[in-house]
Write a protein that binds this ligand. Sequence first.
Ligand SMILES: *[C@@H]1O[C@H](CO)[C@@H](O)[C@H](O)[C@H]1NC(C)=O
Ligand SMILES: *[C@@H]1O[C@H](CO)[C@@H](O)[C@H](O)[C@H]1NC(C)=O
Ligand SMILES: *[C@@H]1O[C@H](CO)[C@@H](O)[C@H](O)[C@H]1NC(C)=O
Ligand SMILES: *[C@@H]1O[C@H](CO)[C@@H](O)[C@H](O)[C@H]1NC(C)=O
Ligand SMILES: *[C@@H]1O[C@H](CO)[C@@H](O)[C@H](O)[C@H]1NC(C)=O
Ligand SMILES: *[C@@H]1O[C@H](CO)[C@@H](O)[C@H](O)[C@H]1NC(C)=O
Length: 483
Amino acid sequence: MRIRHVFLSALIPLAASGLSMRGAANVDNIEWNDDRWELVTTQLDQGHYQSRMSLSNGYLGINLAALGPFFERDAPIMGDNWNGWPLFNTRQTFATIAGFYDADDREGGSNFPWLGQYGGDSFLSGIPHWAGLIVKANGAMLNASTSAKEISRFSSRLDMKGGILQWAFDWMPGNDHGNVINVEYEMFVHKLYVNQAAVQLRLKSHRHINLTVYDVIDGTSAVRADFVGKNYEEASPTIWSAVRPKNTTNVTAYVVSTLQCDQYRELGARSEVDEDVFGSTQTSSVGQSVDMELLGGRRVEITKYVGVASSDAFDNPRRTAFAASLAGANAGFFALRHSHVEEWESIMTQDSVDRYNYPNGTLPADPRIQELHVTSVTNPFMILQNTVGPNAIAAAGYNPRLNINSIPVCGLGSDCYGGLIFWDAETWMALGLQLSHPQHIVNIVNYRVEMYPQAKENIKSAYTSSKNHTGRFTGGAVYPWTS
Ligand SMILES: *[C@@H]1O[C@H](CO)[C@@H](O)[C@H](O)[C@H]1NC(C)=O
Ligand SMILES: *[C@@H]1O[C@H](CO)[C@@H](O)[C@H](O)[C@H]1NC(C)=O
Ligand SMILES: *[C@@H]1O[C@H](CO)[C@@H](O)[C@H](O)[C@H]1NC(C)=O
Ligand SMILES: *[C@@H]1O[C@H](CO)[C@@H](O)[C@H](O)[C@H]1NC(C)=O
Ligand SMILES: *[C@@H]1O[C@H](CO)[C@@H](O)[C@H](O)[C@H]1NC(C)=O
Ligand SMILES: *[C@@H]1O[C@H](CO)[C@@H](O)[C@H](O)[C@H]1NC(C)=O
C-alpha cells in the first residue's frame, strides 16, 4: 500500500509488511490518496467478501461485487462459503433497509433457545439487489462472474469525501481482442435523500459494437423475505419489485429502478428481461433491457435511478419509492451526485477527523502511524455510512422513524450476525463519534428508548435469565462466559 499526496507531490510508499489492513486481500495493490480520501485498488479479486465494498446512507445499504455494482456469490474456499453464527447462510452480496426485520423461529442458531417459547428471533431480511447494470456483447456477459481473462486495466476506487464508488476497466467480451470496450461504473447511495441511489455505466469502444444493457433487480439478495409483487412498467422505463420480511404482514419494501441513456433515441426498444440473465431464478427478480449500438469512439452513458422505501419508516412505501426513482431520473445523475457529495462534505469535514501529519504536511515514516492516519478517515466513514444525519431527517420531513434502528454489527451492507443489534453499537461505534458527530449517533440512543417497553416486558419472561443456559448450542459461536 502506498499513500499518495497529490498536492504535496510526495509519494509515500508504505512498507506493506508493516501494515495490517484487516480484511484487505493484498495491501500491495492498494493506494491511499490523502488529499481526496480515496482508497484505490488495481487488483481484481472476484467471489471473496473481503474484496467487496458496501455503500449505505443509514437507511439503505448494499454490498457490491468486486468487478462492478452487481450481485455476487462467494466462491467457496476449501469448501467454505458460509457465514457463521447465527444464520449459517451463503456468503453473497446483501441489500437491505434499516429496520427490515423478520419474525423467525427456524433459521440459524440461538444462544438462548428457550426464548423460542416466547416467539422466536428476529433477523434482518434482505431486499432484491438493485444496483446491477449488466452488459451483453459479442455473446458474452459482463456481470460479477465474468472471467478475469476478459478484464484488463482494472481499478476500483472508494472516494470517502464524496461517498462514491467507482470501477474502471477494459472488457474484451468473449476474450476477442478485436473488441475492447472501455467500461466505467459509478454509484452512490444518496446521503441527503435517503430513498435515492443511482448507478451510472459509461461505455466506449474504438470499434462499432452492438450490445444489450440489462437493468436488473436481482431477488437472490432478498433472503428471509416473501415476494409481494413486481412489474415492468409500460408508461416509463421503470421496473419494480416488492418483498416483505418473512412472517411479517405489516411491512413491505418497494425497490424501483428507472433507466435512462444520454442517447436515448439511439436505444432500441426496451424489453422485459428473461430470467436467464440472473444468477438464479427468484420470483422477486425483474429486469429491463435495451439494445444499443456503440459507435466507435463515442461514449455512451446509461444510468439507473433507484428508489427504495419500506413501511418501517414510510406510510406509503410504494409511492415514496416510485417518487424517489422518478425524481432522481428527472434531476439527472450530475445534479443528484452533486447534492449527495455536498452532504457528505458537510458531514466528513476536514477538521472532524484525526490527522497525523507534521506541520509541514508530511507523514511520519512509522507504518503504524500511517495506518492510524488512514483509518482515522475510513473508520468514521464506515460508521457514518450507517447513520442518518440531521439534514437527511429534515429532508424526509423530519421523519422520526428514520432514526430509531441503531447500527447492526456489520452495518446495512451485510446480514452477518443476523443483522442483530449488540452492545457493539454503544461501546464501539457510538463512542468513536460522540465528540465529532454527536447528532449522527442519535439512532443508537433512540433504539434503546424505542425498545424500552419491550425490555420491561422481557423482564417478566426472564424468570431464569439468560444464565439458564443448558449448554445446548445450536450455533458455532462459543463465548468464554457461556461455555
Ligand atoms: C413463520 O412462518 C413459518 C411458515 O412459513 C411458520 O412455520 C413459523 O411458525 C412462522 N414463525 C413465526 C415466528 O411466526
Ligand atoms: C432452562 O431452560 C430449559 C430449556 O432450554 C428448560 O427446559 C428448563 O426448565 C429451564 N430451567 C429452569 C430452572 O427454568
Ligand atoms: C448492429 O445492428 C444493426 C441493426 O441490427 C446492424 O445493421 C449492424 O450491422 C450491427 N453492427 C455490428 C457491428 O454488428
Ligand atoms: C453471469 O452471467 C452468466 C452467463 O449468463 C451466468 O451463467 C452467471 O450465473 C452470471 N453470474 C451472476 C453472478 O449472475
Ligand atoms: C408491525 O407489527 C408489529 C407487531 O405488531 C409491530 O411491532 C410493528 O411496529 C409493526 N410495524 C409497522 C411498520 O407497522
Ligand atoms: C517535515 O517535518 C518533519 C518533522 O519535523 C521532518 O522530520 C521532515 O524532514 C520534514 N519534511 C520536509 C519535507 O520538510
